[in-house]
Design a protein around this ligand. Structure first.
Ligand code: R5P
Length: 296
C-alpha cells in the first residue's frame, strides 16, 4: 500500500510511513498565479492501493478540493483502491438544517468524497452529535476511530494526575470520556451544555462532584476554548485539585489557548490531527495499524 499525505498532513503521513517502515509517496501541490490549485502525483500508483492522509482543517475548502483532485487523479492513473484517512473532518457539525434554507454541508462533503472514487474512509473522533454513525451518511465503508486511548496513555505517562475523574464537557463527549476512563481504570461523568452562539456556551454539572479530585477533561475539539473554560469554572467552584485538559483536534481559534490558561489550567494536550503547539500525541500509530490491516 502506498501512503500519500496531502499538503495538510505531510508530517503525519511521514510518521505513518515510518511506523510501517516504508517511504511515503511523493506529491507536488502548488498554486497557479490565479489561485487555482495544481496537484501532481510523483509516485507510480497503477495497480496499487493508496492510503491518502489529508486532515481538512483551518482552510477546509482548499484542503477538501485538493483531496478531490488527488483522489480523482489517483483513480484516473489506475490506482486499484483509494482509502481516505481524514483525521479532522470539517463540516461534520453542519449535519442538520438548524435554520430554514441552510446547506446540509456534511451531506454535500460526503457526496463529493464518494463521487471522486474514494473506496473506504477513516476519520478520527469525528463530530457525531445527531449523526451517531458515519455509515448514516457515507455509502462507502466508513470507520470513525478514536484517539482517546492514545491520549489516556499520554496522560498516564506524562500527566501529574492521581486517579483522575474524567469529565466530558457535554453529553456528546460521553463516548470519549468513557474510552479515556476505561483506559485509566477510573470513573467519568459529563456536563450538560447549551450553545448560545458560535463562541458562547453555557455548561452545567450533571452528577459528578470533583471536590478534592484530580480531573481530566476530554473533548473532540477545542475551537474558541469557550466550552473548556466553562467546564473548568464549574470544576474549580467544586473544589477540584488539579486539572488536565485534552482534546483530539486542536483547532485553536486565536486566543483560545490563552483563554484556557488564564483560568489557571496549564496542562493542555492534543493530537497531531491538527498540528499545533500542544499536539504532543501522535495519531500515526492508530492510522498505521489500520493501513496495515487493509494492506494485509
Ligand atoms: C461541540 O459540541 C464540540 O464537541 C466541542 O465541544 C466544541 O466544538 C468546542 O468548541 P469551543 O472550543 O469553541 O467551545
Amino acid at each position: 500500500m502506498i501512503i500519500i499525505g496531502g499538503s495538510s498532513s505531510q508530517d503525519l503521513a511521514a510518521k505513518v510511513a515510518n511506523e510501517l517502515g516504508v517511504k511515503a509517496g511523493a506529491l507536488e501541490v502548488r498554486r497557479f498565479p490565479d489561485g487555482e490549485r495544481y496537484v501532481r502525483i510523483l509516485s507510480e500508483v497503477k495497480g496499487s492501493s493508496v492510503a491518502v492522509i489529508q486532515s481538512i482543517h483551518h482552510t477546509p475548502d482548499e484542503l477538501l478540493f485538493e483531496y478531490l483532485l488527488l483522489t480523482d487523479a489517483l483513480k484516473d492513473l489506475g490506482a486499484k483502491k483509494v482509502v481516505a484517512f481524514i483525521p479532522y473532518f470539517a463540516y461534520a457539525r453542519q449535519d442538520e438544517r438548524f435554520k430554514s434554507g441552510e446547506a446540509l454541508s456534511f451531506k454535500t462533503v460526503t457526496k463529493l468524497i464518494e463521487c471522486v472514487g474514494t473506496d473506504e474512509i477513516f476519520t478520527i473522533d469525528m463530530h457525531q452529535h445527531r449523526v451517531l454513525k458515519s455509515s448514516e451518511v457515507f455509502k462507502i465503508p466508513s470507520h470513525n476511530l478514536s484517539a482517546m486511548r492514545l491520549i489516556a496513555d499520554y496522560v498516564q505517562k506524562h500527566g501529574k494526575l492521581e486517579h483522575p475523574l474524567v469529565i466530558g464537557p457535554d453529553a456528546e463527549a460521553e463516548q470519549w470520556a468513557k474510552i479515556a476512563a476505561d483506559r485509566l481504570h477510573t470513573d467519568y461523568d459529563v456536563f450538560l451544555k447549551k450553545r448560545l452562539g458560535d463562541a458562547h456556551v453555557e455548561v452545567r454539572p450533571r452528577e459528578a462532584n470533583a471536590n478534592g479530585r484530580d480531573v481530566l477533561i476530554v473533548d473532540d475539539i477545542i475551537s474558541t476554548g469557550g466550552t473548556i473554560v466553562e467546564a473548568v469554572r464549574i470544576l474549580q467552584s467544586q473544589g477540584v485539585r488539579r486539572i488536565q485538559v485534552a482534546c483530539t483536534h486542536p483547532i485553536l481559534a486565536p486566543g483560545a489557548l490563552e483563554k484556557i490558561k488564564e483560568t489557571g489550567v496549564q496542562d493542555v494536550v492534543a493530537t497531531d490531527t491538527v498540528p499545533s503547539p500542544i499536539s504532543h500525541v501522535s495519531v500515526a500509530p492508530l492510522i498505521a495499524e489500520h493501513v496495515k490491516e487493509i494492506a494485509d
